[in-house]
Design a protein around this ligand. Sequence first.
Ligand SMILES: *Cc1c(COP(=O)(O)O)cnc(C)c1O
Length: 389
Amino acid sequence: MEQRIAEELALLDAKANLRRLPRLVHHGKWVEAAGCTMLNLSSNDYLGLATDQALRQEYLDGLSVDRLLLSSSSSRLLTGNFTVFEELEEELATRFGKEAALVFNCGYHANTGILPALCTPRTLVLADKLIHASLIDGMQLSAATSMRFRHNDLKHLERLLEKYIDSYEQVFIVTESVFSMDGDRADLRQLVALKRRYLDKVMLYVDEAHAFGVFGPTGLGYAEELGCVADIDLLVGTFGKAAASAGAYVVCSQAIRSWLVNKMRPFIFTTALPPLSVDWTLYILRRLASLQSRRDHLTRLSNSLRKQLEALNIPCPSESQIVPLLIGASADALLKAEALQRHGFYLLPVRPPTVPEGTSRIRISLTAAMNDEEMEHLQKVLENLAASQ
Ligand SMILES: *Cc1c(COP(=O)(O)O)cnc(C)c1O
């Protein structure tokens, strides 16, 4: 066993695909690694809320010791169902205009639990090729047959639907709204239109992990921006990214919520989040609509960076705050990331198996905490890097 593992690790290292846990010290929006202080462009703190000391202080000032509950000590179904969970769920359901919401410990739990709870051997799951690992695991753990359609290729999806719909009792279409690694977006309106053609048979499941907080007039996500919330049967989002907290939600019908409470293993068999964490999420959620200036600033930064890449003829699929620099070989991505780090930007290579083989990249994850001057500096560094090729 040890021998085999050592050999495989050496192989990963030889392909520049070995992962190590980075040693970091955080200083607000900067991180210090190996003695260098760099602007953190690798987190998912898109609105800059996680590094906002004033916001934390304000929250702390309003906190009393009876709400400072650091453990739920139990599953929600036993004694862990503190009132703050239901307050958060009611707030989510109201804001999204849906019947119900259910909160989970994290997005990984949500996505590995929902499909297994809802699928039977007579279910077909049609999923985008680039969905997150947690959704893939959910498909694999479920009793459904699953098939993948080419990334954002709705014609391919339509063909699969037409071909297989009569052979199954129920079909789920699964996608992300903003894709985590390419930063592009799914055409939710078209997906809704497609789903509507098979209304009682097809359900739409959308993961908004990278869109919640960032898109939409009140920050609820890309589905809100496109006016599609009502037509998405399972709308999932996470609190660990733009919302600067922890946990995840699904907004759905009351019947589905009850079913998940009864059947979803990662909901049932785990200690609920600390109530304090849920309280902080609720605090952020209530502020989300008022954070438009952060969203606008982030949009300006993203547009500016994308425009520059276009001018430099660097291909980039991004339509969001996630801006990948596609490189190819892992070793090259590693070297370029190190070069960018030397210039003061904490950027990391993203390699297989997180992305397909041969598509290693540097994932620039922009944040509203970044100012215009820092963006100009980054753009200069990228320009010089491109010129030195
Ligand atoms: C981060 C992420 C998740 C997992 O959410 P966690 O709360 O971090 O477990 C799920 N789906 C997508 C698309 C993600 O990017």
